[in-house]
Design a protein around this ligand. Sequence first.
Ligand code: CU
Length: 182
Amino acid sequence: MRDASKQAPRQTPGGAPSADSQPHFSLLSDHTCSLLIAEPNESGRCLSRPEEYALGLLVVLAGCAALAASVTCWVWLRARPKRAVLAPDGIQEAGIIIRDRYRPPVIVASCGIPVRLNFTRDEEDPCSEKVIFPDFGISRSLPAHRTTTIVLTPEREGEYLFTCAMGMYQGTVVVTGRCSSN
Ligand SMILES: [Cu+2]
C-alpha cells in the first residue's frame, strides 16, 4: 500500500521546494527522527535507536533460545535410554550400534531376566574392538561390521557400566524392577 505521506516534496510556504526535498516517511516529527536516527526505514516508520537496539536484542535472544532448545533436544535424543524388549524365547533383547560411541548409550532392562545385547560394530576404529562389562567379568572381541551377542543376567537392581578396552566409549545397562532372587 502506498503511504499517503510518500508524496511530492513538501513546499515551503512560498511555493518553492524546500532544501530538504527528500520524501518524508516518518511517523515521528522530522526533527525527532533526525535527532534519533538519520533515516526512516522502508516501512515508512522512523525507528529510534533504542527501538532498534531493543529489536536487535530481541532477535539475538530469540536466536539463542532456539539454539539452546535444539541443543537440549539433540542431547536428549542422543542419550535417550532404550528399553530391552522381551523376545519370544523369554529373554530381554536390545540392539546397540557402535559408531563413534554406543548408540544408544543406555539400555534399561528388568531384573532377574537374562538380557541379550546385540552389538553391531559399524566401524573399524580399533577403539571399539572390545567391549567390557567389569561387573559381569565379560570381555568380548567385536569383529567390525558384524553383530556380536552378549547375554548377561542381572541379579540386582543398579547401573552396570560397559566400556571399550580404553574406556573411551561408555554405556550403561540400567536394571530396574523386582529381582526374584532377593
Ligand atoms: Cu576405546
